[in-house]
Design a binder for this molecule. Structure first.
Ligand code: DGJ
Length: 737
C-alpha cells in the first residue's frame, strides 16, 4: 500500500517505487513535513528535527513555556501566515475584521480509492490499467471556521506524488484569500540548486540552474498565461546533480495562468520550495459557504538525475494527463500554411499546396491564420469566426471536400480568446474585451483579449466554433493565443472581485475547451500560444500536442526541444520542417537535418513545397517513410538526452522502445571544427544481455557493451549535418553470423 498511516493516525508515510514522503501531526496539531527523498521505512523521522531555542522566533500558545517550539523554523506542510512563521507563507487570508492570519491545525484524514479530481481544472486521471491512491487530510484554521483539505495522490509505479488543496469558508463572514499556493515543500537539510526553464517568444524553455541560498530564487508569470518566459515546472536538485546522477525533485504545476515557483534557505539552512498561483494580481473573495481550489502540482523524485526524472514525467503525462482519440493513435503528418504563405492565402494557393503535399504523401493540410472575417494581416478580424468566402472561393465545406478528394485530411486554425478592435464582434460587444474604463488599452499584436470568465463570451465562441466545424469535414484544430494579458477588468463582476479575474480567465478557458472536446471528441486539438507560450501540463489535458515554438530553425529547436523534454513527453511537441534560409534566424540547415529534428516530435511541414528542389521532394517522401517507421519508438519509447546544448560540438539523443529491441540515435553536428577529433557518443537504455546490430557499421555488441563503451562515428559530420542510427536486436544464436 502506497499510503501508510501509524496506529495513532498521526504519522503519514507515502511510498512510491523508489521514494518516500513523510509528515506527522505534532502535539500542537501542526502538520510537520519530515521527509521527501529516497525510500525509507515507516519509522517516524521526527527526530530529524533539532529543537532548540532560537532568538526572535516566537512560540504559539499551545507550546506553553516550551520556547524550543517555534513555527519559525519547523518544517511544515502548510506554513502559517501572520502568526509567527516569518518565512514565505502558503495561504494568506484577510478576515472580516481586517486581520491577516492563517494558522492550520489537524482535524482528521481519510484514504480514498482512486485519484482525486480538482473542480474546474485538469488533474491526473485513472485509467483502467492503473489507478492512483488518495490521502485527504483536513485542517482547520485555528481561530475561524475555515477548513483546508489537502489532497495527496500517489502513482506508486511512476514515482509520482501529487498535491492539491481546497479551502472552504464555513464561517459566517466573507474572507479574502490573498494567496493560495498549491504546494510547500520544506527540506530540512542539504544544499540545492533550482533548475528552471526560461526564455522568450520563439526561444522558449532554455535550461538554467541557480544555487539556492538565503536570497530567494523565484520564477513566475503575471502574463495571464504560463508564458514563454518561464515554465511552471521546476526542479530542486542536490548540488552536482546531472543527467544521470544525483537526487532531484520535480514540481510541475497543472495550471496555465499566472504562477510562481520559488526556493529559499531559511536562517537554519532549511530549504523551502513553493509553487502555485502567483499572489500578484490575485485576490479572491470567499463568501460564507464558498470554496477555492488550488491547482494540482505533480511532484516526482529521482535518485538518478534529470534523465530518470524526465522519464517519470513523460510516462505520467502521456498516460494520465493526455486524453482522447489521439492519446496513442498515430497523428497525421501535416503541412501548415503559415510559413508557406502567411496571410497571403486564398483557395487557389491552398489547393496548390495541398495537391503538392498529397503527391509527397503528406496526410493533412492545415489552414492557418487568415481564412475568416476581414483578416489580411494581424490588425483585424479576430472574433469574426465566419469564413471569408471570397478568399476561400466558397465555403469551407467546398474547400475541405476538394482537399479530401486529394486523399488529405483538413485542419483549421482558430484564436478563440482574442478580439480585434476592427471586427464586427468588437463593434457589437466592446464590453467583452478586457480594458480598463478610462484607460487606453495596451495592445499586443494589435489585439485585445476576450474576458473568458464570462459565460456569454464562451457560449458565443462555442457556437461559432461549432457552426464552422459542423459545416465542413475538419479533423484537426490549432487553438492559438497570441498575446500576454493585462488591463483586466470585468463588467460582470463586482469591483471587490476584480482580483479574481486572472484565475477566472483560466477556468473559463478550461471550461470552453472541455465543452469543445465533448462536442468534438474526434478532433485532434493542437495547443499553441505564439508557439510555446502556454506549454504546460494542464493544456495537455485538452490538446495532446502543442506547437512548441514559433522558431522553426532546427538548430535553435535543438535547445528548445531539449529544454521542453525536461518535463513534457516527446509525443506532445509540435515540430515542423520549414524553409531555408530559416524565416526566424536566416540560417540554412540541410533538409535531412530539418527532418531529423522535426521527427523528434509531432512531425509536419511548414513551407511552400513548390519552392523546394526535386531532391528535397524525394527527401520528403523518405522522411514520411521514416516518421511512420519510427513513430511508436519515438512516441511511446523511452527518451534519453545524451548531450546538453553547447556541451559537445554535437547534440545527440536517443529513443529505446518498451521491449528494448530497437533504439534510434540521432546526432546533429552543431559546431564543426577543422581537423576534427573523433566523435564518440554514449548509448543508453539497451538491455545488457541482448545483442544489437548498429546500422552505422553493422557491428554487433551486447547491450551492456553499447551502454558502457558507446559508439565512435566512423565518418565526419559537417556543420549541421545529422545522422540517424538504428540499433536492432539480433536474434539469439545469430549474434556473430
Ligand atoms: C502564432 C502561431 O504560433 C503561428 O504558428 C501561427 O499560427 C500564427 N500565430 C498565426 O497568426
Amino acid at each position: 500500500m502506497a499510503i501508510r498511516v501509524s496506529e495513532d493516525g498521526k504519522l503519514f508515510t507515502l511510498h512510491t517505487k523508489d521514494g518516500s514522503y513523510q509528515m506527522c501531526v505534532d502535539p500542537c496539531g501542526v502538520l510537520l513535513h519530515l521527509y521527501y527523498g529516497k525510500k525509507i521505512g515507516e519509522d517516524n523521522l521526527h527526530d530529524l528535527i533539532y529543537r532548540t531555542e532560537i532568538g526572535f522566533c516566537g512560540t504559539p500558545s499551545e507550546a506553553g513555556e516550551d520556547r524550543t517550539y517555534s513555527l519559525d523554523y519547523l518544517p511544515q506542510e502548510i506554513p502559517s501566515s501572520g502568526v509567527g512563521d516569518y518565512r514565505e507563507d502558503m495561504i494568506r487570508i484577510r478576515h472580516s475584521d481586517g486581520s491577516c492570519a492563517a494558522d492550520f491545525r489537524f482535524e482528521g484524514y481519510e484514504i480514498q480509492n482512486g485519484s482525486y479530481k480538482v473542480p474546474g481544472m485538469p488533474a491526473l486521471y485513472d485509467t483502467e490499467a492503473e489507478t492512483g491512491d488518495t490521502l485527504v487530510i483536513t485542517m482547520k484554521e485555528r481561530a475561524s471556521d475555515i477548513y483546508l483539505r489537502l489532497y495527496y495522490g500517489i502513482f506508486e509505479g511512476q514515482n509520482i506524488i501529487t498535491r492539491a488543496a481546497r479551502l472552504e469558508n464555513q464561517g459566517q463572514d466573507a474572507v479574502i484569500l490573498e494567496k493560495m499556493l498549491s504546494c510547500n515543500l520544506d527540506f530540512m537539510f542539504g544544499n540545492y540548486e533550482m533548475v528552471y526553464l526560461a526564455g522568450r517568444h520563439a526561444m522558449e524553455r532554455f535550461v538554467e540552474r541557480t544555487p539556492v541560498g538565503r536570497a530567494k530564487v523565484e520564477i513566475g508569470s503575471i502574463r495571464g498565461t504560463s508564458s514563454h518566459q518561464y515554465n511552471p515546472a521546476v526542479i530542486l536538485c542536490e548540488q552536482g546533480a546531472g543527467e544521470e546522477r544525483g537526487s532531484c525533485f520535480g514540481a510541475c504545476l497543472v495550471y496555465s495562468g499566472n504562477f510562481t515557483a520559488s526556493a529559499q534557505k531559511d536562517q537554519r539552512g532549511l530549504t523551502r520550495m513553493q509553487i502555485g498561483i502567483n499572489p500578484v494580481q490575485f485576490r479572491f473573495v470567499l463568501e460564507s459557504g464558498e470554496a477555492f481550489d488550488a491547482p494540482q502540482v505533480i511532484l516526482s523524485y529521482s535518485d538518478q538525475g534529470f534523465g530518470k526524472l524526465s522519464n517519470q514525467y513523460h510516462e505520467i503525462l502521456k498516460e494520465h494527463m493526455c486524453r482522447g482519440e489521439f492519446k496513442h493513435r498515430r497523428r497525421p503528418i501535416l503541412i501548415n500554411s503559415w510559413e508557406a504563405a502567411y496571410f497571403d492565402i486564398n483557395a487557389e494557393k491552398i489547393l496548390k499546396l495541398a495537391s503538392e503535399a498529397a503527391r509527397q504523401g503528406i496526410e493533412m493540410l492545415v489552414l492557418d491564420d487568415g481564412w475568416f472575417g476581414k483578416r489580411d494581416d494581424d490588425n483585424s478580424g479576430l472574433g469574426d469566426w465566419f469564413t471569408n468566402e471570397k478568399k476561400m472561393n466558397g465555403t469551407l465545406a467546398h474547400l475541405s471536400k476538394q482537399i479530401h478528394q486529394m486523399g488529405m485530411q483538413f485542419g483549421l486554425w482558430f484564436e478563440p480568446e482574442m478580439i480585434s478592435e476592427d471586427s464586427d464582434l468588437y463593434r457589437t460587444h466592446p464590453e467583452w474585451a478586457f480594458r480598463i474604463p478610462g484607460r487606453e488599452p495596451n495592445r499586443g499584436r494589435n489585439q485585445l483579449v476576450l474576458d473568458m470568465s464570462r459565460e456569454d463570451v464562451r457560449d458565443y465562441l462555442l457556437e461559432r466554433l461549432t457552426e464552422i466545424l459542423e459545416s465542413a469535414e475538419i479533423e484537426y484544430v490549432k487553438w492559438d493565443m497570441n498575446r500576454s494579458i493585462c488591463d483586466v477588468f470585468g463588467h460582470t463582476l463586482p469591483a471587490s472581485r476584480s482580483g479574481e479575474l486572472y484565475h477566472r480567465y483560466v477556468l473559463g478557458v478550461y471550461d470552453l475547451l472541455e465543452r469543445f472536446l465533448k462536442r468534438f471528441p474526434k478532433i485532434l486539438l493542437e495547443g499553441c500560444s505564439g508557439g510555446g507560450g502556454r506549454f504546460d501540463a494542464a493544456m495537455l489535458y485538452y490538446s495532446p500536442q502543442i506547437w512548441c515554438s514559433d522558431n522553426t530553425d532546427s538548430v535553435n529547436r535543438l535547445s528548445i526541444q531539449y529544454g521542453t523534454s525536461f518535463f513534457y513527453p516527446i509525443s506532445t511537441v509540435g515540430s515542423h520542417v520549414s524553409a531555408c534560409p530559416n524565416h526566424q534566424t536566416g540560417r540554412s540547415v540541410p533538409f535531412q537535418t530539418r527532418g531529423a529534428v522535426a521527427m523528434s516530435g509531432n512531425f509536419g511541414y511548414e513551407l511552400d513545397l513548390s519552392k523546394i528542389s526535386d531532391n528535397e521532394k524525394e527527401q520528403v517522401k523518405e522522411q514520411i517513410t521514416l516518421t511512420k517507421k519510427y513513430y511508436d519508438l519515438i512516441h511511446e519509447g523511452t527518451y534519453y538526452r545524451l548531450t546538453a546544448p553547447k556541451e559537445e560540438e554535437y547534440m545527440a539523443w536517443e529513443f529505446v522502445d518498451k521491449e528494448k529491441s530497437h533504439a534510434l540515435l540521432t546526432m546533429v553536428m552543431t559546431d564543426a571544427q577543422g581537423n576534427p577529433i573523433p566523435v564518440h557518443t554514449k548509448i543508453r537504455g539497451l538491455a545488457p544481455e541482448k545483442h544489437y546490430s548498429c546500422s552505422l557499421n553493422g557491428q554487433v555488441h551486447c547491450g551492456m557493451t553499447w551502454n558502457n563503451a558507446g559508439l565512435t562515428l566512423n565518418r565526419i559530420l559537417e556543420e549541421y549535418e545529422s545522422i540517424m542510427i538504428e540499433f536492432s536486436e539480433v536474434e539469439k544464436g545469430k549474434e556473430y553470423e
